[in-house]
Ligand binder design. Structure first.
Ligand code: GUN
Length: 288
């Protein structure tokens, strides 16, 4: 009878975040001795409960690492023109190095107009077309925080992507597409799968690295994973009991994978960590 393979090693996003955030805090202190405090403006429009939690966590993380942060909250009735005027003011505010407008914005506001109004020099979310273009062409710019955090997790296990097959499930502008470009930049052969992919399991079984970023439970199960593969779970879902879970069947897949990220405590904290890194770098770039 086959012995079950040992469970995968867990990549702990909380522990890695602690280490990276303490590096951020040291670099923030170094800037402060020169009279510069990196500043992040977080803008929230409306009352979305999940967004309220996210922005609170982002502001708290800034405070903990010694960054300056302002949280601007507006009623859901705020006009697009008024929001764009606020962004313009923040673009011109020397105390602010990073600007983040929490998504989703209310339906009467065009999210693209908002994203493109942010100065690329302050686009710490990495959502501006200039940031996307910089990532695609290998130019300096800000990388979206979630896939950037995934890359740091691979770095933390000293994973060499060169010649490996990396597979991304999901094609969003925020995670799937930038994730694929980052993996490509590290010399992986990259496959992007999505809702119209017909042979998902046949493809995932060939992958050395799988990033699941769909927003649906159990998109990746143990039978779909090559033994020893690295599995990064970007999902944030609730199970039937209301418990936070990812896109990956964690208990099943951990019996097959070599490494796996948990939810919670995996990619989630890394997203905020990379926001701090980007904000710090925004301040460092204009104060070389
Ligand atoms: N909504 C969900 N995730 C994000 C994010 O990373 N940045 C912003 N601005 N909004 C989000």
């Amino acid at each position: 009878m086959n012995q079950p393979s040992p469970p995968a090693q867990i990549i702990d996003g909380v522990a890695l975040s602690q280490k990276l955030r303490s590096d951020v805090a040291s670099r923030v202190q170094a800037l402060k001795t020169r009279g510069i405090t990196p500043g992040l403006a977080v803008v929230l429009v409306g009352e979305n409960p999940a967004s309220q939690v996210y922005v609170r966590n982002k502001v708290k993380a800034c405070e903990d690492a010694g960054l300056f942060s302002v949280l601007e909250k507006y009623e859901a009735t705020l006009t697009e023109a008024a929001l764009l005027a606020r962004i313009d003011a923040l673009n011109n505010d020397p105390a602010i190095h990073g600007i983040l407008v929490q998504l989703p914005v209310p339906a009467h506001i065009n999210a693209s107009h908002v994203i493109e109004a942010i100065s690329p020099d302050k686009d710490v979310d990495g959502f501006h077309v200039a940031s996307a273009g910089a990532l695609m062409t290998g130019m300096p710019g800000f990388w979206p925080c979630t896939p950037y955090g995934c890359m740091k997790m691979l770095e933390s296990i000293h994973y060499d992507l060169k010649g490996k097959h990396a597979l991304v499930i999901g094609r969003s502008n925020i995670v799937g597409k930038p994730m694929a470009l980052m993996l490509l930049q590290k010399h992986a052969s990259v496959t992007i799968c999505h809702s119209a992919t017909t042979n998902l399991k046949a493809l995932t079984l060939q992958a050395d690295v799988i990033v699941a970023a769909v927003g649906k439970r159990n998109v990746l199960t143990a039978d779909m994973v090559k033994p020893g593969a690295v599995v990064l779970d970007v999902g944030m879902n609730r199970n039937d009991a209301g418990k936070l879970c990812g896109d990956v069947d964690f208990e099943g897949v951990r019996q097959v994978a070599g490494y796996i990220t948990p939810v919670p405590g995996g990619v989630g904290p890394m997203t905020i960590t990379m926001l701090l890194v980007n904000t710090l770098e925004a301040a460092e770039r204009i104060n070389p």
